[in-house]
Ligand binder design. Sequence first.
Ligand SMILES: Nc1nc2c(ncn2[C@@H]2O[C@H](COP(=O)(O)OP(=O)(O)OP(=O)(O)O)[C@@H](O)[C@H]2O)c(=O)[nH]1
Ligand SMILES: [Mg+2]
Length: 364
Amino acid sequence: MPSELIFWIIVGVIVAALVAATVVVLVSKRKVPPAAPEAEVEVAAPPVMEAEAPSTPAPEPPASRLQRLRRKLSAAENPFAKALLSVLSGTKLDDEAFDDLEATLLTADLGVEPTAKLIEALRREAGVSGTADPAEIKQVLHDELVKLGQPELDRTLHVSGDGVPGVVLVVGVNGTGKTTTIGKLARLLVATDRSVLLGAADTFRAAAADQLQTWGSRVGVETVRGEEGADPASVAYAAIEAGIAKDVDTVVVDTAGRLHNKAGLMDELGKIKRVIEKQAPITEVLLVLDATTGQNGLIQSRVFAEVVEVTGIVLTKLDGSAKGGIVFAVQQELGVPVKLVGLGEGPDDLAPFDVPAFVSALLS
Ligand SMILES: Nc1nc2c(ncn2[C@@H]2O[C@H](COP(=O)(O)OP(=O)(O)OP(=O)(O)O)[C@@H](O)[C@H]2O)c(=O)[nH]1
Ligand SMILES: [Mg+2]
């Protein structure tokens, strides 16, 4: 075969092979389905390890929180203190100044009788010492207010049971700050190395239990709760049962404040009290009172004191309240000591009530 022919045969084969390959490639390409428009695919997020809850800062010890809260009671921040100091800041105390002071104390809801007694004592002092020096009168006012605050009352919080958890029952008109106070109190107890459990016996609305539980988790304590509308007493019972099983030191029970009549209140709180006491002693019944509501709030709260034996008062919202005088009036009215004061919405804005420290802070 002539070599030229062989050459053309080879070229032909190569060309045929190339054409065949091209055809194969084209055909196979056509077989690939056109890319589907990207569908919305729910891509499961990579399993994220439950981030460790940011550790709640350690609760502030009672002594240092008192120092901090002093500021909230001073004239710079507290309207009651401001009013007192503005009356006492004159160069001399004349009749007009005494009248102003009386008006200030009445506006602060100190109560008519205590105010009259206080003004009388101040006038007497001014008369006896022949002084109208505001600084001296301020000292007398300080001493008289301390006296009025009954510093001798026992303000110990009873939170321990004997072999079983101590139970703190928290009652009061709605919106006064019960749930918030329980959160802060739990933190205060945790700060003193106590184990705590919360019971959400306010089943009036689901949000109430959520709110308590949120506080609980902030503070690192468990909350026992029931369904919305569940029998509050059954939740209280379950909470104490759990408290005993877990061997906690204290169970704090939240209750609803929305009971319109005394009979309903008596029924509900009476039942809660009975079921708790079947298992553990109620060591403290705290009545929560909103300072900003002054005498009105006190009147509303009185019914709680008639229904359960209140052992201590928590006066909330004293920060920014011009009605701080209620702290003195409430003890007289209910015959129960104020044990704690709430001075803000923060977790450490609760302090034991110390009369001399409170009065000094007010007049500083
Ligand atoms: N400024 C200030 N606000 C407070 C204080 N204590 C509570 N509060 C606020 O008062 C409001 C009502 O507080 P809660 O704790 O929900 O009151 P409650 O008594 O549980 O209310 P109910 O569950 O509806 O009966 C909230 O906005 C709290 O943040 C306090 O000491 N100072
Ligand atoms: Mg509440």
